[in-house]
Design a protein around this ligand. Structure first.
Ligand SMILES: Cc1ncc(COP(=O)(O)O)c(C=O)c1O
Length: 345
């Protein structure tokens, strides 16, 4: 197995990172004339902590990791982009994705001119471990496993994730954006035994904070140092850091909301199953349900006419004739169900 340093692009390995005023002087002082900030207080006239230690301290305690095992990004989307820029050399390296899955792995790779090898999930929407390991070579730098997977909603078998994390020659990334809605445990505990593993989570789903753009990546301190080397100096703004800290003071509220969404998911599942034009309601470990039906375009258009927007996934590989429906409030879900009851082919 190659060391992490061997997997890193040459230009990143030799990069001298930008040294910001806030990272150069870390002590206590009464007069700060080092960062060309305004001296007049607005509450936000100072640059934010570039490494967000206060927030990482809270997150570390919650997740059972050290603060130096955490990277915070402008959404998990920033972590995805930085991983590609740290490890993948255009013209040589590639990433492996398992469609149908979250679209940003592919788009981020394309922006960086990195090729993608796709290994379709199997019919049960599980990773084809043997096929993935067979195509993997020294240029396969990143393997993206999305579990629970978007748009299929299922968690991947833990045994399969473990096998891939142990045997894939590059970095295995497990995107756990929807883990708070899952019956399955997080793979964060695998970090101790898998030095080439990255686990991503986000404040955008269960925490109800998609608007503040805050994603987390957990990994070995060696990988986190690489993130810190390439990230923009002040990538997490002060408003976002404050909002996340405030939300973490009241996690009970988040747990209660997740509980409601799980109840609503069960009810939505039963309701959808009762409709005769619906062919399959896939099990979900996330805050959405994938549904197969006779006329997905017709149903989609009907819902739009009634002011209800769901996601049409019917053109996506292995999601033929499927719509993806997010779980809303009980009122919203009831409105959706009542509307679906009045749909006629
Ligand atoms: C699997 C998955 N990962 C990541 C994201 C994006 O997360 P963030 O809002 O933290 O960028 C999404 C958003 O839909 C997602 O479905």
């Amino acid at each position: 197995m190659m060391s992490i340093q061997h997997l890193v692009r040459n230009n990143i390995r030799s990069l001298v990172p930008y040294s910001s005023a806030r990272s150069e002087f870390k002590g206590q002082a009464s007069v700060f004339l080092d960062a060309n900030e305004s001296p007049y207080s607005t509450g936000y006239n100072r640059y934010p902590d570039p490494l967000q230690w206060k927030l990482k301290d809270k997150i570390a305690k919650r997740e059972g990791v050290r603060t130096d095992q955490i990277f915070l990004g402008n959404g998990s989307d920033e972590a995805i982009d930085l991983l590609i820029r740290i490890f993948c050399e255009p013209g040589y390296d590639h990433i492996i994705t398992l469609p149908p899955t979250y679209g940003m792995y592919q788009v981020s790779a394309a922006i960086s001119a990195i090729t993608i090898q796709e290994v379709l999930l199997d019919q049960a929407y599980e990773p084809r471990v043997k096929a993935i390991l067979e195509i993997a070579n020294a240029n396969s730098k990143l393997l993206f496993l999305c579990s629970p997977n978007n748009p299929t909603g299922n968690s991947f078998s833990l045994d399969k994730i473990k096998k891939l994390a142990a045997s894939f020659p590059g970095i295995t990334v497990v995107d756990e954006a929807y883990i708070d809605f899952a019956a399955q445990e997080s793979t964060i505990s695998l970090l101790r035994s898998c030095p080439r593993l990255v686990v991503m989570k986000t404040f955008s789903k269960a925490w109800g904070l998609a608007g503040i753009r805050l994603g987390m990546a957990f990994a070995s301190s060696e990988i986190i140092e690489l993130f810190n080397k390439v990230k923009p100096p002040y990538n997490i703004n002060q408003l976002t850091q404050d909002a996340a800290l405030a939300a973490m003071q009241n996690e009970a509220k988040v747990k209660e909301q997740v509980g409601k969404i799980l109840e609503e998911r069960l009810l939505m599942r039963e309701n959808l199953k009762s409709l005769d034009y619906i062919e399959q309601v896939y099990p979900s470990d996330a805050n959405f349900i994938l549904v197969k039906m006779k006329n997905p375009r017709g149903v989609y258009r009907y819902l739009v006419e009634q002011g209800i927007i769901v996601r049409d996934r019917s053109k996506v590989a292995l999601c033929d004739a499927c719509l993806r429906i997010t779980i809303g409030t009980s009122e919203e879900n009831e409105q959706l169900y009542k509307t679906l009851l009045t749909y006629q082919d």
